[in-house]
Design a protein around this ligand. Structure first.
Ligand SMILES: *Cc1c(COP(=O)(O)O)cnc(C)c1O
Length: 219
């Protein structure tokens, strides 16, 4: 696979779903990938990337930003409140807002700095114990809570359980978004982004299909 192949597949999936060309944003997930691979994708002109750890993102993106204009960085992994400030300075979007304490911290920092990245609320659609995200039944309440805090909530994010049909989870996420008037849907990874696009994804997070297998486990 390559960046161009993935872009072609996204365009085909958009067309097949009757969606506007370019309506899906490709987030190239560069976590634990060697710098040469990331650089190769930057050289091909891609500018939207995802990382799942603040520490790792802080270690590699400032240098890339000095060399390449227009980089847009998305934090897609769990965020600890004590890293929230650093994350807000570094990234353009956070896809993993998943609890009131984090929401309150982000709101306080946004007040203080006058700046906040775009936010996505992570929903644990599979209700898995080990996975982050609010439960589907708590989603409406948490979205309202975030809005009361004046947070810029742009959409929802999910990571379906590995063993299950992702379409059911994507459809559930889309339903929660519609009833809450949210446009953004961050869903779909290397193995299932076309299904996600068919069900309304606006942001797909694709790692290994672009960069190759990760050298270390990236969870
Ligand atoms: C690693 C990761 C991805 C990308 O996974 P691939 O299967 O390599 O495409 C997407 N979303 C999240 C939250 C991730 O942690």
């Amino acid at each position: 696979m390559s960046l161009d192949d993935i872009k072609t597949r996204i365009a085909d999936a958009e067309a097949k779903a009757g969606r506007a060309s370019g309506s899906v944003k490709l987030i190239a997930v560069s976590k634990v990938q060697p710098d040469e691979r990331v650089e190769a994708v930057l050289e091909q002109g891609h500018r939207v990337f995802g990382e799942n750890r603040v520490q790792e993102a802080a270690g590699k993106w400032p240098a890339f930003r000095e060399r390449f204009d227009g980089i847009e960085l998305h934090l897609i992994g769990p965020l600890q409140t004590n890293k929230a400030r650093q994350a807000m300075e570094l990234v353009d979007a956070i896809h993993s807002v998943d609890r009131p304490k984090l929401a309150r911290t982000l709101a306080r920092l946004a007040q203080e700095t006058g700046h906040c990245p775009d936010l996505f609320i992570q929903v644990n659609t599979g209700e898995e114990d080990q996975k982050a995200g609010v439960l589907p039944s708590d989603a409406d309440g948490f979205i309202a809570e975030c809005r009361d805090l004046d947070l810029p909530v742009r959409g929802l994010m999910c990571i379906p359980p590995v063993e299950e049909e992702p379409a059911l989870h994507f459809a559930l996420l889309a339903k929660i978004a519609v009833r809450n008037g949210l446009e953004g849907l961050s869903m779909g990874m290397s193995g299932d982004f076309e299904t996600a696009i068919a069900l309304g994804a606006t942001h797909v997070r694709v790692g290994s299909a672009i960069f190759g297998e990760r050298v270390k486990a990236g969870e």
